[in-house]
Write a protein that binds this ligand. Structure first.
Ligand SMILES: Nc1nc2c(ncn2[C@@H]2O[C@H](COP(=O)(O)OP(=O)(O)OP(=O)(O)O)[C@@H](O)[C@H]2O)c(=O)[nH]1
Length: 828
């Protein structure tokens, strides 16, 4: 840029006007500063220039022109600028015309399309109207025919009344539809125009920042453009509402509900809020509320039960012709020390170890033996009532035959009776094994007669129950026993269909260090194969390997075969039922449902009060202490009795919460649950298995064993009492009347009193009563008898008392003297 003379160097000095400014600093110092102000150059066209040259005023003063540019050059340049401008104007006009033509073309095409659609709609409607008309006529004709047959006025009236109303309704609908279409057309055209105008982003628009000088971001402009484009493309056309049938379980999470309706979560939440329910999308709502929402959104409700997921595994019904004979499953029961384990071992040793050349049998909870006559028998290697009942209580009745062991040198004992009852309750046939006949004092007949008292009439007593005399020690009678079992099983005609998806029951399960969760499953129906996908209790998996009772890997296991199953995702419990499913998703869904249901059940069992009550309690009494416990019992009846007794223990402050109650041995799962909740485990006539014992020791979980319910209840009561906060009890120890009030310097007001009742103690608490109303409660500052400070003043004596931090004492007031005592409370 050049200055006026075009020669001077750039800088402030040349074109600037200097000025002086005085600056003041602290301590009276000043400083003169020279300020230069740049003068603005103003170009004023000279009149003379207009006259000369080409007469173009914009040519300007040659003196002001950049050096070296001639008049001719200047004129040429200006002409070029003018030409460019006029070209721009022309181009703009052409563009506009083109755009207009394009818009008209688009409009025309849309109009054509709409006309076509309208035509189609009209045609459809006319067809429909025609059909309706025909239908009406048909009905009329029928009605007329009926009327002719039986001239009842009501019959003819109805179609006549229906006919006129149906036509206007149809016409109405058509008219409404036309109106709506017209509306849509106008809005769409308007939208398209707007879009063309506002949706286009020009450089000018972008730089000037749109309306009001507000600077818009490029993204905002793009969004706007996109919106406009969508609008122009038919965004204003109302989307047709899709009505869905929504499967509604007992409870559903809001977001899932929105998902199933294909609606926006925000809309669902809003609608819930309008109903007065302040929920978030992750909250669960009950089915009734969800139903209202579904209806509000115009969808159809299909109420389903969560348990429906289990239906897939109960669908298959076996046909009689598919059933094939299967081996019986036997459980050995009896009183302690009557020889159950010895008998099981004897059978196994006789038939398995001896039978298999060097065969190493492994304990998998069950084994199969083949009798001399070729019959296959499956024995459950978990003697005792616990295993039997735990299976039954979990819905898996695996046992077909019960072998009741009674020692010949003993008699029918309490657990023998219990075993009889279990077998009878399960409607399982019994075979009596009179054991220990090798013993000198053995008296098998006494056993037989004893059994009569319990309605077990053995064959020797002309009854139907088979009885076999055996000796587990020397093996006498074992074959007879096996034959008796085989015979019994023939009578039972046990059958299963090996050609279907397998179903079985877990006999034992544990977490194996090397192999992961392992379950011994007794197949009850179908055939389990390697690779099968299954659900078992709350777990699921895919069969990775099958191992039989001899420790061999097998490819498949048919009915009544016990196998170890590898490939589970967790450890199931004994008695859990295994079902093969077609897909993993199915298996997982069922397992998750069961796990949730079990958790809910546990929570419900523990919460004796409803949630509202619990919250009310918590408000009143900040902390309701809970004593969590786990109960495992030998039979369901005992477990239930204990749980009931536990629920009765407690009051508003303390409650016993039974986290879990079950039948059977204390397992690792129980220990895990107890550890998680800091609960002791109460075992009633059951013991912890070895792994559970180890885990409990490691994790410091207390396991207590009982055989008398009252002992258990007393212990829990004592423990719960420990949770009760001590009660503060007040004892009134004396009363005193204020006879006079003095003012003593240094002390303040002192009451001259007469102790009317009990004693006045310096350390005790005091209340000042005025007309039997407590006006102050506190402690004594001083207790004087005559001039001396004393610790105690007896009834009938006079004394001087002064309150700590309290002075408003009057003649005639009564002082109540009390002591506080902490009392340990116990639960009733
Ligand atoms: N003489 C003799 N002794 C036997 C016989 N059967 C078992 N016993 C003994 O009886 C005792 C108890 O046997 P177990 O097999 O442990 O009895 P159980 O019924 O399994 O006992 P629990 O597991 O405690 O319920 C052991 O000392 C055995 O050796 C038998 O047939 N003859």
């Amino acid at each position: 840029m050049s200055d006026t003379d075009g020669k001077k160097t750039l800088g402030l000095r040349g074109g600037a006007r200097p000025g002086n400014v005085k600056q003041s600093f602290s301590h009276g110092r000043t400083k003169n500063v020279v300020v230069e102000t740049k003068r603005k150059r103003v170009v004023v066209p000279k009149t003379g220039a207009a006259k000369g040259g080409s007469g173009n005023p914009s040519l300007g003063d040659p003196a002001k022109r950049p050096a070296g540019i001639t008049d001719a050059e200047m004129e040429r340049r200006l002409k070029a600028v003018q030409a460019a401008r006029s070209r721009e104007v022309e181009e703009a006009a052409a563009r506009e015309a083109e755009e207009k033509a394009r818009a008209e073309d688009r409009e025309r095409r849309r109009a054509e399309q709409e006309a076509k659609e309208q035509e189609e709609r009209d045609r459809e409607e006319s067809l429909k109207a025609k059909a309706e008309e025909e239908e009406r006529k048909k009905r009329e004709a029928e009605a007329a025919a009926q009327a002719a047959a039986a001239p009842a006025p009501a019959a003819t009236e109805q179609p006549q009344r229906a006919a006129p109303s149906s036509r206007p309704a149809a016409q109405d609908a058509t008219a409404r539809k036309k109106d709506r279409d017209a509306d849509q057309r106008t809005t769409r055209t308007k939208g398209a125009d707007d879009g063309r105008r506002s949706g286009k982003l020009t450089l000018n628009q972008a730089l000037s920042g749109g309306e009001g000088g507000r600077q818009r971001s490029m993204a905002a402009m793009k969004r706007k453009q996109e919106r406009a484009r969508q609008k122009a493309m038919g965004g204003s056309v109302e989307r047709e509402k899709v009505t869905r049938t929504v499967n509604l379980p007992e409870a559903i999470v809001v977001s899932e509900l929105a998902n199933r309706m294909a609606e926006r979560v925000g809309d669902v939440v809003k609608s819930l809020m309008q109903m007065g329910m302040m929920v978030t999308q992750n909250q669960t709502i009950d089915a009734d509320t969800a139903e209202l929402i579904i209806e509000e959104f115009g969808h159809t409700v299909n109420r389903v039960s969560d348990a429906d997921v289990e239906q897939v595994i109960n669908e298959v019904q076996d046909k009689a012709e598919d059933l094939q004979p299967r081996p019986p499953v036997i459980t050995i029961m009896g009183h302690v020390d009557h020889g159950k384990t010895s008998l099981l071992d004897a059978i196994r040793n006789a038939k398995v170890v001896a039978g298999e050349a060097g065969g190493i049998t492994q304990h998998i909870g069950a084994y199969q033996v083949v009798t001399d006559t070729g019959a296959v028998l499956s024995f459950l290697d978990t003697p005792g009532h616990a295993a039997f009942t735990s299976m039954r209580s979990r819905g898996a009745q695996v046992t077909d035959i019960v072998v009741l062991v009674v020692a010949a040198d003993d008699a029918v004992m309490p657990q023998t009776v219990e075993a009889i009852n279990h077998a009878k309750a399960a409607k399982v046939p019994m075979i009596v094994a009179i054991n220990k006949i090798d013993k000198p004092g053995a008296n098998p007949d006494k056993v037989r007669t004893d059994l009569l008292q319990h309605e077990v009439i053995v064959e020797k007593m002309s009854g139907e129950v088979q009885d076999v005399e055996v000796s587990a020690i020397n093996g006498d009678g074992l074959d007879d026993l096996l034959e008796a079992i085989a015979l019994q099983s023939e009578l039972l005609e046990l059958k299963a269909n090996p050609n279907r998806a397998a179903q079985g029951a877990v006999i034992e399960a544990q977490l194996d260090v090397g192999r992961g969760p392992v379950a011994t499953v007794l197949i009850q129906n179908g055939t389990l194969r390697q690779g099968d996908i299954f659900v078992v209790g709350e777990q699921y998996g895919k069969v990775r390997a099958l191992i039989n009772d001899k420790g061999e890997r097998i490819k498949e296991a048919g009915p009544s075969v016990p196998v170890e199953v590898l490939g589970l995702n967790g450890t199931p419990e004994a008695g859990d039922v295994l079902n093969v499913t077609s897909t993993e998703a199915q298996a997982r869904e069922i397992a998750e449902y069961r796990s949730k249901a079990a958790k809910d059940k546990r929570a419900a069992a523990g919460a004796a009060t409803t949630l509202e009550q619990l919250m009310a309690n918590a408000k009143e009494n900040e902390n309701v202490s809970e004593l969590p416990i786990l109960v495992k019992a030998d039979v369901q009846g005992s477990a239930e009795a204990i749980v009931q007794a536990m629920e009765k223990i407690g009051n508003d402050e303390v409650r016993v919460r039974v986290l879990h109650s079950g039948v059977g041995a204390i397992t690792e799962t129980d220990v895990g649950l107890a550890e998680a909740s800091g609960a002791p485990i109460m075992g009633f006539n059951v013991r912890a298995n070895a792994s559970a014992r180890n885990t409990a020791n490691q994790k410091g979980v207390e396991i207590r064993y009982y055989s008398v319910i009252y002992d258990l209840v007393d212990d829990v009561k004592a423990a719960a009492s420990g949770l009760l906060s001590n009660e503060i009890k007040e004892n009134f120890i004396g009363y005193a009347n204020i006879k006079e009030v003095f003012k003593v310097t240094g002390i303040g007001k002192v009451a001259g009193c007469l102790v009317t009742e009990g004693v006045a103690r310096r350390s005790a608490g005091v209340r000042l009563l005025r007309d039997n109303v407590v006006v102050h409660e506190g402690t004594l500052k001083t207790l004087k008898r005559f001039k001396d400070e004393v610790s105690e003043v007896q009834s009938g004596q006079e004394c001087g008392m002064a309150f700590d931090h309290y002075d408003d004492i009057r003649e005639g007031d009564v002082i109540e003297i009390f002591e506080r005592e902490e009392v340990t409370r116990t639960l009733a």
